[in-house]
Ligand binder design. Structure first.
Ligand code: 2PG
Ligand code: MG
Length: 401
């Protein structure tokens, strides 16, 4: 089998203008590339994106020490390759060479291996996950708050969960919700003050007023024949301190937050809630899942940070019934797949996700299809989000599943 002919690492920028890395691998059949995304509301347990010296120090380590080692690798040995990346780094949290660099090395290697095996990336990933291919539902970010917006609500993401029969139908439903929100705001004599990091509207509405607009907009789009429901990512660690959740309208403790979520889910027909508690509060997550997990998808993002070890703890406590999957939280494709397999084994739903800082790399569309994910979360507006949605539509319409 052929191997890496050349490998180049670039210091480039993401959709937020933050420094990141791109890895290009040359194979005898062409060039593949991967770009690392970056988070703003990162979980405490995520791997380090870069070593202490930042992107440039990551790059100089690559050029002086890693590049030479890479040139010996043949394709198609994902697990061994990713293990080798861990050995090269030598730390638990990948802080020597940086998780951004291991992510792009691992994903570029996967893309190159898929080309060498003459299969689409989703099929290469399916072989690693051992699951059935499927087209995920689409979770679109239509209103932004928290760390992704200036002047918006405390809740980070007001999402629409489109459960279409095809990728196109889901994507269209989310575009409609995004448009209808603007109309609803106008009707109410309000306006958006801009767009946030993930392309959703930013308004000066309070947390509940924004939810009302989302819910009315989803209702309207449902009346047009689309299956689409409100969903939230609270990223609650960002407004949690000393046992309390401080919203601009009110302050509640953990038990109060459980009741609040139960009420909101019921009143606004919310189908999915991500990170409603602090990232270390496995117990309140479990209380909420116990109460409404039979009808609501409860997702752990900062709670698990794509770490199998943390997921084991969550499974033990019954904390959630779903997981968010982000390759750069854990640093390699193999670690991500191990996490997905554990979640799947316990009948947890997998939701493959973008980061708030993104590029036009569309690999997560393939990851979502190749692991049989329940949903893909990748925003609605902005070239870097649309790149993934368009790829998903093309995979759906070309596949022979
Ligand atoms: C999240 C993500 C993506 P960030 O919290 O789910 O929406 O945000 O990339 O900033 O962590
Ligand atoms: Mg999140």
């Amino acid at each position: 089998m052929n191997g890496i002919k050349n490998i180049t690492m670039y210091h480039i920028y993401d959709s937020r203008g933050s420094s990141t890395v791109e890895c290009q691998i040359t194979t005898s059949n062409g060039i593949v590339s991967s770009i690392a995304p970056g988070g703003a509301s990162t979980g405490k347990k995520e791997v380090a994106s870069f070593p202490n010296g930042g992107v440039d120090s990551s790059l100089s380590i690559f050029n002086s020490k890693i590049k030479k080692e890479m040139l010996q690798w043949e394709f198609g040995k994902q697990k061994e390759f990713d293990k080798f990346l861990h050995e090269l780094d030598g730390t638990e949290n990948l802080s020597n060479i940086g998780g951004a660099m291991t992510t792009v090395l691992s994903l570029s290697y996967a893309k190159a291996s898929a080309i060498e095996e003459s299969v689409p990336l989703y099929e290469y990933i399916r072989r690693l996950t051992g699951t059935k291919l499927s087209i995920p539902y689409v979770l679109g970010n239509v209103m932004n708050g928290g760390r992704h917006a200036v002047g918006g609500p405390d809740i980070q993401e007001y999402l629409s969960l489109a459960m279409g029969k095809s990728a196109r139908e889901s994507v269209e439903a989310n575009y409609m919700v995004h448009k209808v929100i603007m109309e609803k705001l106008k009707e109410k004599g309000m306006k958006a003050i801009g767009k946030g990091d993930e392309g959703g509207w930013v308004t000066s509405l309070g947390n509940i007023q924004a939810l009302e607009v989302l819910s009315e907009s989803c209702n309207y789009v449902r009346e047009q024949g689309f299956e689409v429901y409100p969903a939230l990512d609270l990223a609650a660690s960002q407004f949690y301190n000393n046992g309390l959740y401080r919203y601009r309208e009110q302050t509640v403790d953990g038990d109060g937050q459980v009741s609040y979520m139960v009420d909101l889910a019921d009143k606004y027909n919310i189908k999915l809630i991500e990170d409603p508690f602090d990232e270390d509060d496995f117990d309140h997550f479990a209380q909420l899942t116990e109460k409404i997990g039979n009808k609501t998808v409860i997702v752990g993002d900062d709670l698990y940070t794509t770490s199998t070890e943390r997921l084991k703890k969550g499974i033990g406590k019954g904390s959630t019934n779903a997981v968010l999957v982000k390759v750069n939280q854990i640093g390699t494709l193999s670690d991500t797949i191990e996490f997905i397999k554990l979640a799947t084994m316990h009948k947890y739903k997998n939701i493959v996700s973008h980061r708030s800082g993104e590029s036009c790399d569309n690999a997560i569309a393939h990851l979502a299809v190749g692991c049989g994910a329940y949903a893909i979360k990748t925003g609605v507006m902005g070239g870097e989000r649309v790149a993934k949605l368009n790829e998903l539509i093309k995979i759906d319409e070309n596949r022979s599943m």
